[in-house]
Ligand binder design. Structure first.
Ligand code: HEC
Ligand code: HEC
Length: 288
């Protein structure tokens, strides 16, 4: 073998290759770099064997460790469920007052109830349960069907005019549409209803309306118009309106009746979730 040539400028051996007077220096790859390369190659082979890696026609190589992100997710879900079931079992066993009295269960229920509310109730009752025309505000202490824990729980389970066999149900007649009252009588009784909450009303018409009210309306709304929770009949004296308190809106309620519908949640949500929702709604500020 010829003696290696040393480049005179750098003092480094050349490879003997030369192009147009430019000589290639012999600078091998650093050792550490090569070792990293070899190690990576060995690692990759080990990885192919251990982990899912190669796509096949209809499947893939699963690797001897059998790792899959699906099993990881399933496992963490199972862990979460196990962590919750500690509470859910206790919620299933406790009555509503018991949940309310136990700080741990209360906290868990408020969080779970808030989440379930966002998923199931917010479309009708609003994100903050503030309600809208036709959908009651659940933050105030005005209740159609009662604001105790048990009342709320029952409302959730059976719904309102929901078709559930035990649904909360009461149908105000459509006094105009079904020609139970003359338009003039509806106008009079509208004045009377307006007067109940201090609205602007014609005193003479209201006096005539008062008689109609006693005959046609008091059975549900009460002699004094203060409503009846047994019958889901709203208080007409508090100035708070589910369907609006303008003259036109009130007359429309009387003419056509409203009959709001809320689905029953029994069977759609688990009993534990419904309990958590009842506790959550009760805590919103208007619970009785
Ligand atoms: C499809 C719309 C809709 C959905 C969804 C809905 N509600 Fe209702 N909810 C109503 C209506 C309408 C009423 C009033 C019915 C009436 O006029 O008596 C009502 C009434 C209520 C009442 C009774 C209020 C009172 O004053 O007595 C409670 C409590 C309630 N909803 C809670 C919930 C909760 C909790 C959820 C979610 C699990 C929910 N609602 C989902 C429409 C809905
Ligand atoms: C059979 C029972 C019943 C009778 C009789 C009845 N109501 Fe009602 N009324 C209800 C119920 C229940 C509601 C709530 C309807 C709903 O939420 O969908 C209601 C709602 C109303 C509302 C709407 C209240 C709001 O907050 O927007 C007005 C106004 C009203 N009634 C007036 C009358 C007047 C006036 C009469 C008599 C001419 C009358 N009602 C007779 C049961 C009755």
């Amino acid at each position: 073998m010829a003696k290696p040539e040393i480049d005179s400028v750098t003092g480094v051996e050349t490879t003997g290759h030369e192009w147009d007077g430019i000589k290639e220096l012999n600078k091998p790859l650093p050792k550490w770099w090569l070792w990293v390369l070899y190690a990576s190659i060995i690692w990759s082979v080990a990885y192919w064997i251990a982990m899912p890696s190669w796509p096949l026609i209809a499947d893939y190589t699963r690797g001897v460790l059998g790792y899959s992100q699906r099993t990881v997710v399933a496992k963490s879900l199972e862990d979460a469920r196990a962590a919750q079931s500690r509470f859910l079992d206790r919620i299933a066993a406790a009555d509503l007052a018991g949940i309310k009295a136990d700080p741990e269960l209360l906290q868990f229920s408020l969080a779970g109830g808030a989440a379930a509310f966002g998923d199931n109730c917010a479309p009708c009752h609003g994100r903050g349960a503030q309600g809208a025309i036709g959908y009651p505000n659940l933050n105030d202490d005005v209740w159609l069907w009662g604001g105790t824990l048990d009342d709320i729980h029952k409302t959730l389970n059976v719904g309102i005019r929901s078709g559930h066999p035990d649904t909360r149900d009461n149908a105000m007649p459509a006094f105009g549409r079904d020609q139970i009252l003359e338009p003039a009588q509806i106008s009079d009784v509208t004045d009377y209803v307006l007067s109940l909450s201090g609205g602007e009303a014609n005193a003479e018409a209201a006096a005539r309306g008062k008689e109609i009210f006693a005959e046609q309306c008091a059975a549900c709304h009460g002699e004094d118009g203060k409503g009846n929770i047994e019958l889901g009949s709203p208080n007409l004296t508090d100035g708070l309106w589910l369907y609006g308190g303008s003259r036109n809106e009130i007359a429309d309620s009387i003419r056509n009746s409203r009959a709001g519908v809320m689905p029953a949640w029994e069977g759609r949500l688990s009993p534990e979730t419904i309990k958590q929702l009842a506790v959550f709604v009760h805590s919103l500020g208007g619970g009785q």
